[in-house]
Design a protein around this ligand. Structure first.
Ligand code: ZN
Ligand code: ZN
Length: 303
């Protein structure tokens, strides 16, 4: 297909770091509406509503902490570039030779020309002047090749790739949970504002803030839920957004190792770390896939 859905990403660079300010502004508005205006006063006042207020206040802060931790980890983690020293593996099928590709094949001259030498497909990026490791794609916003590139995300002002994909997914998860909590926590207040005549006693600025917080969080919760569901299905099939767009639907995906192993390839094998934006040392040492250069194939292909 000639039309490339990812081309619009080129314009995203203009938006840049403004999106971080937007995210922090939404957090600020939500914090005021939920904690300062609504639940902290209930907590201080005590009484029957204090117990619910305590739960909301604790949950809000825990989710916010996790959300911001994941958010800034995605922003500041390099998704993975191609090391200068990287070179394609030997082409084993090439007349049963074990000679490295470096001594048998020269870089092609065309743009992104795939080289098929009776075996694995080796791709070359003319913009970066190097071979591409498997699952690597050139990002037109970052102007470099990114390992296991998923997409360039305007919200995190970074590419999402091999080394920060898990952190991005956790950011989505905590954003969904936090925005759902805020929406639910503000719903009673919102209904009162819509139906009660006493609404006039509330300052118009506060009313606008509560209204804005409710609408923004509801919109974020719904859109992030859709995005989250899409990424859950991508992780289950060991596919990136770009690969899902490119690959043939009929053929079974060569990196599909089954749902459990596919999940571990993104989240690691240590359950304790699954909900944290980090990996266990042992996983980083043993799982080459987390570094973005080597990916195991389905058993029937990996022979
Ligand atoms: Zn490139
Ligand atoms: Zn990028």
């Amino acid at each position: 297909m000639a039309w490339n859905v990812f081309k619009f990403c080129t314009g995203l660079k203009v938006i840049g770091s403004v999106m971080i300010v937007v995210v922090l502004a939404v957090v600020g508005v939500s914090y005021y509406a939920v904690i300062i205006f609504n639940y902290a006063p209930h907590l201080i006042k005590g009484g029957s509503e204090a117990a619910i207020a305590l739960i909301v206040v604790i949950l809000f802060h825990v989710l916010l902490l996790m959300l911001l931790w994941c958010y800034f980890t995605v922003i500041f983690t390099d998704p993975g570039g191609v090391p200068q020293s990287w070179w394609p593996s030997p082409i084993e099928d090439l007349e049963n030779q074990t000679t490295p590709l470096a001594s048998t094949v020269s870089p092609p001259s065309g743009p992104n020309v795939p080289m098929v030498a009776q075996g694995p497909l080796v791709r070359y990026c003319r913009k970066c002047s190097h071979f591409k490791p498997p699952r690597c794609h050139h990002c037109s916003v970052c102007k470099r090749c990114v390992l296991k590139m998923d997409h360039h995300c305007v919200w995190v002002v970074n590419c999402v790739g091999a080394r920060n994909y898990k952190f991005f997914l956790l950011f989505l998860l905590y954003t969904f949970l936090e925005t759902t909590l805020v929406t639910a926590a503000l719903l009673p207040q919102f209904i009162v504002f819509l139906s009660d005549a006493d609404v006039e006693v509330v300052h118009p600025g506060i009313l606008a803030t509560i209204f804005l917080a409710f609408v923004l969080n509801l919109a974020f919760a719904l859109s992030v839920l859709g995005f989250l569901i899409m990424h859950i299905s991508l992780v289950a099939g060991n596919t990136t957004t770009i690969e899902a767009y490119e690959k043939k639907v009929s053929a079974r995906w060569r990196y599909d190792l089954g749902p459990k192993k596919n999940f571990e390839q993104v989240f690691g094998t240590w359950k304790l770390y699954w909900l944290l934006p980090m990996y266990a040392e042992e996983d980083l040492r043993k799982m080459t896939v987390l570094h973005g250069l080597d990916y195991p194939l389905r058993p029937e292909l990996d022979s």
